[in-house]
Design a protein around this ligand. Sequence first.
Ligand code: BTN
Length: 259
Amino acid sequence: MINLASPAAPPAKTFGRTVRAFDTIDSTNTAARACIQEGDAEGTIVTAEEQTAGKGRLGRSWQSAKGKNLTFSIILRPEFAPAQFGLLSLLAGTAVCETLREEYGLDASCKWPNDVLVGGKKLCGILSEALHQSGSSPAVIVGIGVNVNESTFPAEIAQSATSIAIATGAEHDRALLLSRLLGRMEYLYRTLSRGDSASIIARWTAHSSTIGREIRVTNAGALVAGTARGIAEDGGLILSTEGRMITVHAGDVTLREAS
Ligand code: BTN
């Protein structure tokens, strides 16, 4: 039986044991790639106060004011099949969502594939990238940007972004948030690594603002409209559309307005 209760996660043991901390860097995901090539262990994190070329999904950029937020990447060396790597973004989104709900009292939700929303606005984005190296097992970089203490955003995202400070009316300790996130992520990663993908999918679904809704998914100019039915074993989104079930693996989801 799947246990959806989410007690306070124990402190992380391996996640964050090694920290590569930068003041300014292009992207923590790019730096993590170099760390992997140098053999850094699973759980190593790369943090930055400022990214000059922060990467978002689908070739977009990620903007974050210097010293206000959390921008970090974690190196994973999963022992499960690459077909399940897509679940790692959902795992990270679940960890962020549960932390925001339980430690900060926020009504946070997960939006497929890997956004975390509060009040319909984006508070966290996640970018996972797999690195396949000849002669060794693949590694995965999970990059996480959480808006913590930012109070005003650039004009182009001002209407769609929020932060913990805006949502709670108070500034928060970023180091404490990071340690809470790492504890929860490590706990969920151990769950997934022992084969319990069902728990990760169930926990993500419990916080989802996507499943059961009429949605549109756009990707590179293509559009699919349907009802979001669930999450597949590889992290894809299962949709019913025109009388059949399909699974999509990338794209932007928008909710369709009730007519
Ligand atoms: C998205 O929502 O488009 C994903 C945003 C991911 C941003 C984080 S910030 C830390 C890490 N480093 C990056 O360059 N990107 C991710």
